[in-house]
Design a protein around this ligand. Structure first.
Ligand SMILES: O=C(O)[C@H](O)[C@@H](O)[C@H](O)[C@H](O)CO
Ligand SMILES: [Mg+2]
Length: 403
């Protein structure tokens, strides 16, 4: 089953996406998501210039060999650009293999471990009251788990909160990076009040999550973890930047709040120590940025030895292709935790027809052979790329901080 053609499709139906389509001699094709928010064209060029020429003529059934060829063969290993490109190839090859077998992808992975996949939504508000209304709305929609983020008094713009009321939150919100200002002191004083208010109004059944977005030092994260213990969070996410894996140790030693991390990781080596030392509870590396199903299977298997579960990143800046493949993976993986869900807008969904469904706070996997997501290339061509950047963060004195 030779690959005879490969196309890199860049489209912006509401936001930018990079998609790889691999076509085999039998006409069976597969698609993979290669979107790296704010750095889309770097992955598109990597694919076009360095990967696609090497794929033409290769046997599409050799998924493992192709992964090794692209990973070892590049000599320059790892990194989000390389691994997103490999992730897209890998996803497309699994799609082809499953289509050729006439099976939905989850069957090829080992079959269903569960009937449905619990997902969490984003509830954000400019203040606590606003946020409580969003939680109420999402409970009404059926969600059993919500991520809660609210504006902090004295901080003008806050991560996860839409610029204008009623709008969706969009992280890449301007052509060049917007500048935000951050105060750890104001944030740390405010977050426990937010969770106290949510628990008071909604009780203890609902799962609550929170994303710190890498802004704290280990000792500050430890303080936050302890402060929110009475509200028993499902997880506290990205509480520190994690280039230094050992920084998770200190946080772990101080708090029983479960820790999730890994949306910016791209390799098993980025999380190996924190998994093996049981410093975390959930690993978030998504299929696209983590080198596809082939590497995520290894990460999940390693994690399973240490009681660590999956909690895949699922923002709007990963395309429905990544989400669809993730739902198959989630349906199979034994150590599943939860799947993030930030709904794509209808324009995005119209370019990427798919068969996964949301029902009663869960995703239901589809039965179409492959991963169940396609791309309408004619529609995609109507939405050209628009440069968009993620913001940067500065402390109140002007020091550049983690966004
Ligand atoms: O937990 C999340 O969903 C993430 O933190 C996102 O909101 C990121 O900010 C975004 O994916 C960056 O591109
Ligand atoms: Mg996050």
């Amino acid at each position: 089953m030779k690959i005879i053609d490969a196309r890199v499709i860049v489209t912006s139906p509401g936001r930018n996406f990079v998609t790889l389509k691999l076509i085999t001699e039998s006409g069976t094709y597969g698609i993979g998501d290669a979107t790296l928010n704010g750095r889309e064209m770097a992955v598109a060029a990597y694919l076009e210039e360095h990967v696609v020429p090497a794929l033409i003529g290769r046997d599409a059934s050799r998924i493992e060999d192709t992964w090794q060829y692209l990973y070892r063969g590049a000599y320059w290993r790892r990194g989000p650009v390389t691994m997103s490109a490999i992730g897209a190839v890998d996803m497309a090859l699994w799609d082809i293999k499953a289509k050729a077998a006439g099976m939905p992808l989850y069957q090829l992975l080992g079959g269903k471990s569960r009937e449905r996949v619990m997902t969490y939504a984003h509830c954000t508000g400019k203040d606590i009251d606003n946020c409580l209304e969003e939680v109420a709305r999402h409970v009404e929609l059926g969600y059993r788990a919500v991520r809660v983020q609210a504006g902090v008094p004295g901080i003008k713009t806050i991560y996860g909160v839409a610029k204008r009321e009623g709008e969706r939150y969009e992280p890449a919100d301007s052509e060049l990076p917007a500048e935000h200002v951050w105060s750890t002191k104001k944030y740390l004083n405010h977050v426990p009040q937010l969770f106290a208010a949510v628990r008071e109004r909604f009780g203890h059944e609902l799962h609550l999550l929170h994303d710190v977005h890498h802004r704290l030092t280990p000792i500050e994260a430890a303080r936050l973890g302890k402060a929110v213990e009475p509200y028993h969070l499902f997880w506290l996410e990205d509480c520190v930047p994690a280039e230094n894996q050992e920084s998770l140790r200190l946080i772990r030693e101080h708090t029983t709040t479960p820790l999730a991390i890994g949306e910016v990781f791209n390799s098993i080596h980025d999380c190996r120590e924190m998994i093996q030392n049981q410093w975390i509870d959930y690993i978030r590396t998504p299929l696209t940025h983590g080198g596809g199903i082939t590497q995520l299977r290894r990460i999940a298997d390693l994690a399973s030895l240490y009681h660590v579960r999956t909690g895949f990143h699922g923002p709007t800046d990963l395309s429905p292709v990544c989400l669809g493949a993730a739902i198959h993976f989630d349906t199979w993986v034994p150590n599943f935790g939860i799947q993030e869900h930030m709904p794509h807008d209808p324009l995005t969904d119209s370019v990427f027809p798919h068969d996964y469904r949301f029902e009663d706070g869960h995703f239901l996997v589809g039965e179409t052979p492959g991963h169940g997501v396609d791309i309408d290339e004619e529609a995609a061509a109507r939405y050209p790329f628009k440069r968009a950047s993620l913001p940067v963060n500065r402390l109140e004195d002007g020091t550049l901080w983690h966004w």
